[in-house]
Design a protein around this ligand. Structure first.
Ligand code: BG6
Length: 507
């Protein structure tokens, strides 16, 4: 008999409560566990979105006992929710948290983990459902995955076994393929959850609903009406404490291969026949297959990279990238990139997609803007001086989440004076599941819609690896820094569009 599905209403949201589970977090002493994973599980618990039967086991190399780990997680959750941390609730929650020290490369550690899990699973009646969350440095992914396999922990016995892998998923095509091969030795594709937290943002999930649950946009969503598309993910933050990773990654690996290409796919894909994980992922993959490879001999017409120098953000002086802790003084790592991309298919032939992302820009902003063609004939030519601004539809991912449509209207009282009018929809400040809460719930429910499939990850790397390699071989230290912190990026990025007779939307 199938267990009854329970829904809970939080704010205006109906959320399905998953079945019993055990969550094993590898990398439990790390930053991601403290900042995101445990606070997200706690918030789900506080909102009564978790079943009664679950427990969490943290594992890491650090020597700690259950009580040390619980104390450190209490501090982490308090920091994440300073205003509404509930001591009584924490006392209930904390009893479900355990810790076991492991040596990632030592098979005996996995045997001990199994020995610890089995009685807990009996006590919490979690029906064999296990989630292994790899919040560990990529350098140990393969070791942990292979040991999960060799110890038998990857097998499903009675319930499900899911493995969640954080980005970066490889650093080029070859390493991504290798990682996929290692995963496939131990897990089936349906057990693998490759994370991209952008996909779990409410506003990103809304892209498909907006496109395919409204009949008025779809007929206009193609080359006949659209002049070009812009996708921007701008940050004011710098590299923070992550130079060790970022120096070897750079913005194209960090933001484009995953988040921005996912936004591109959701914007450009065809409607799937049903709203199911694999049908949606099939359509996204078709977009990646249709992206025209970057012409490596004419990259200047398609790609601009930059690195931030010193400047001002929110009225504070900030240092340049090369002065950040852990960054080489002559680093050539890009912190900004703008790319022009073409999708060679029937719908998008000839329509450029301009993508940009950078750190230390003047504003934090993620949005997709659809720029419609100009009107074919301006009948007001005698009465208006300027050209008419074409319509733009803006999907605002963050902050100020919402949708705007920019249209022209007549200024009241004047002869024929046109005015830009913005029709605006803003998400009410209702209950939002945070991206990590969404991802955890979906993984517990076995829904892979918001996770990246093997072919998706390899296709994006296949497109970007030659570009990254070419840029890395050519970028000389003298080129950088080429934009000030707090600006809108390098001047060449403006030129990239100007050459095509277009401009970026203001940040
Ligand atoms: C991460 C990148 O994946 O996304 C970071 O590694 C970036 O460099 C972050 O800052 C941006 O995410 P968000 O949700 O803050 O827009």
């Amino acid at each position: 008999m199938k267990p009854e599905v329970i829904y809970r209403t939080v704010g205006s949201c109906d959320v399905e409560v998953p079945g019993p589970f055990c969550l094993v977090v590898f990398g439990a002493s790390g930053d991601l566990t403290r900042r995101k994973i445990i606070p997200s599980v706690y918030r789900l618990y506080r909102n009564r979105l978790l079943p009664d039967n679950f427990f969490i086991v943290g594992t890491a190399r650090t020597e700690m006992n259950d009580s040390d780990f619980r104390d450190s997680m209490r501090d982490a959750v308090r920091t994440a929710f300073p205003e509404d941390f509930d001591d009584n609730l924490w006392l209930e929650f904390t009893k479900k948290i355990y810790y076991i020290q492991v040596d990632y490369g030592e098979i005996n550690s996995y045997k001990s983990l199994k020995e610890r899990l089995v009685p807990l699973e009996g006590r919490y009646n979690t029906m064999g459902n296990r989630i292994f969350y790899l919040a560990i440095p990529p350098a140990v992914y393969e070791t942990v995955i292979l040991n999960l396999g060799s110890s038998g922990l990857s097998k499903e016995c009675g319930g499900y076994t899911h493995v969640v892998i954080e980005k970066p998923f490889g650093r080029d095509l070859e390493s991504a393929r290798k990682l996929n091969a290692v995963l496939k030795r131990c897990f089936k594709e349906r057990q693998i959850y490759r994370m991209d937290h952008y996909l779990a943002k409410e506003t990103v999930q809304n892209i498909l609903v907006f496109r395919f649950a409204n009949s008025i946009f779809e007929p206009l969503w193609n080359r006949r009406y659209i002049d070009h598309v812009q996708i921007t993910v701008a940050e004011t933050l710098g590299v923070e404490h992550r130079a060790n990773y970022y120096e070897k990654a750079g913005v194209i690996r960090d933001m484009f291969q995953n988040h921005i290409f996912q936004l591109l796919a959701l914007t450009a894909m065809e409607p799937p026949s049903v709203f199911e994980a694999d049908r949606v992922r099939d359509e996204k993959v078709k977009v990646f297959r249709s992206i025209r490879p970057f012409p490596l001999d004419r990259l200047q017409d398609y790609v601009v990279v930059g690195q931030y120098g010193k400047g001002r953000i929110a009225d504070k002086e900030v240092v340049g990238y090369r002065e950040e802790h852990g960054v080489s003084p002559d680093s050539t790592t890009p912190t900004f990139a703008a790319l022009k991309v073409f999708i060679d298919n029937w719908r998008w032939n000839g329509v450029p997609f301009y993508l940009r992302s950078g750190k230390r820009l003047s504003r934090r902003k993620a949005e997709i803007s659809i720029h419609y063609r100009e009107v074919p004939h301006i009948m007001f030519a005698k009465t208006i001086r300027d050209s008419i601004e074409p319509n733009t539809l803006v999907l605002r991912v963050q902050p100020d989440e919402g949708i705007s449509l920019i249209v022209q209207a007549r200024t009241p009282g004047s002869r024929v004076c046109l005015n830009r009018v913005v029709m605006d929809f803003t998400y009410q400040k209702v209950f939002f599941l945070d991206a990590y809460e969404r991802v955890l719930l979906d993984c517990m429910q076995g829904d892979q819609m918001l996770f990246v499939r093997e072919d998706g990850v390899e296709l994006t790397w296949a497109l970007l690896t030659p570009l990254i390699e070419k840029l890395e071989s050519e970028t000389r230290p003298e080129k950088f820094p080429n934009y000030a912190s707090g600006s809108s990026g390098p001047d060449e990025a403006e030129l990239l569009l100007k050459k095509d007779g277009r401009v970026w939307r203001a940040l």
